[in-house]
Write a protein that binds this ligand. Structure first.
Ligand code: PMP
Length: 372
């Protein structure tokens, strides 16, 4: 049997990884500045994480959500404390799309409405409701109808004021658009969404799947603005590679048995991975590290010439060039053994582990500057 061919592949085959280093099958070492698309938060194969996940695997990997799973509560408490959102409640799922799917569904359960406002270049996942609010018609099938979705220009305050009304179920927004090219939401934009949602009974959903979990230099990027969303979706960095996602739900939502559900979400092994990730984030002060090393990288990149624009926060960085970035990424990979990501033809996207060291950032800057 062959694979159903849907992924454009980078020509690198990692077989082993540790921290921010990956090795291919020839034993060649690479600096990983892509972090498996923002998934590797605490670093590959972190020894504490490996131990905790292995211990859980040998005890009990899975039962079902029909029994008591205290690990879920432990994860919720640690997450509430780490993020400073102790009033919120947690519903656990398996991926970013599933988190957004449930966020939208919960919003519609809450106010009974179905009109959703999303933004140009937004990416929220590939399941039905998530892909309907994703601004890419080419990944939306006929079944994923989006008639109820309106796409507004990102960071356009006036457009939000004009569009949100009594029919609006939810506004869904990424704090930093990732797939859309590393566009940072302004504080004013998020505040306007918050006010418009409050004025009209709409739900503010903040998609933190890519920009959350410390990546922006704060635990959640909306914490720069002081705005508190009603629902926060998360995944990627939450499990450091183990599939786990979730939504944080403000106290104003009522829960009813059966309204949301999933077989695998919140399983023992996923919770053990999630708890270990938070332990390491706290112990090693990785949010501060993301802020410090990220600011260093952003500042240094902004000093370089021949760059159209540098955008981002923390360790979520986009470098936009006039020319296509393919040849530079290839040279970085083949000559300097540094693996980077992209967002479209002209933007290099950096999403390394939150534990990236300043020396590794310097290594990248030195290599990158040769090709400008
Ligand atoms: N939201 C955002 C902001 C994302 O970047 C992604 C993944 N790129 C998703 C949702 C979907 O996550 P998943 O692939 O885990 O379903």
């Amino acid at each position: 049997m062959k694979l159903f061919d849907v992924y454009p592949i980078n020509h690198i085959e990692p077989v082993k990884a540790l921290g921010t280093t990956i090795w291919d099958k020839e034993g060649q070492e690479y600096l990983d500045l892509y972090g498996g698309h923002a998934v590797i938060s605490i670093g590959h194969s972190h020894p504490y994480y490996v131990q905790k996940v292995s211990d859980q695997l040998s005890k009990l990997a899975f039962y079902s959500n029909s029994v008591e799973i205290p690990l879920q509560q432990e994860l919720a408490e640690k997450l509430g404390k780490t993020a400073g959102l102790e009033d919120f409640r947690l519903f656990l799922v398996n991926s970013g799309a599933e988190a957004n799917e449930n966020a939208l569904k919960l919003a519609s359960f809450h106010n009974g409405r179905k009109k959703v406002i999303a933004f140009k270049k937004a990416f929220h996942g590939r399941t039905s409701a998530a892909v309907a609010v994703t601004d890419n018609p080419s990944i939306r099938a006929a079944l994923n109808f989006a008639e109820h979705v309106e796409f507004l220009p990102f960071n356009d305050v006036e457009a939000v004021k004009a569009a949100v009304n009594e029919e609006t179920c939810a506004v869904i927004v990424e704090g930093i658009q990732g797939v859309g090219g590393i566009q940072v939401a302004t504080d004013e934009f998020l505040k306007t969404i918050r006010e418009a949602c409050d004025a009209h009974g709409a739900v503010m959903i903040h998609d933190s799947v890519q920009c959350g979990y410390g990546r922006s230099g704060k635990f959640f990027s909306f914490q720069y603005s002081g705005v508190q969303p009603d629902i926060v979706s998360m995944a990627k960095g939450m499990g450091n590679g183990f599939p786990i996602g979730g939504i944080l739900i403000s106290p104003k939502f009522e829960s009813k048995h059966g309204m949301l559900g999933t077989t695998f979400g919140g399983n023992h092994l996923a919770c053990a991975a999630g708890i270990a990730v938070l332990d390491v984030i706290n112990e090693e002060k990785l949010v501060e590290n993301a802020s410090n090393v990220g600011s260093f990288l952003l500042d240094e990149l902004k000093k370089m010439s021949n760059i159209k624009e540098v955008r981002g926060r923390g360790l979520m960085i986009g470098i936009e060039l006039e020319q296509a970035v393919g040849p530079i990424r290839k040279a970085l990979l083949e000559q300097d053994h540094i693996f980077t990501g992209v967002a479209g033809a002209h933007i290099i996207r950096l999403l390394p582990s939150l534990a990236l060291k300043k020396a590794d950032a310097e290594r990248f800057l030195e290599s990158f500057s040769k090709y400008l």
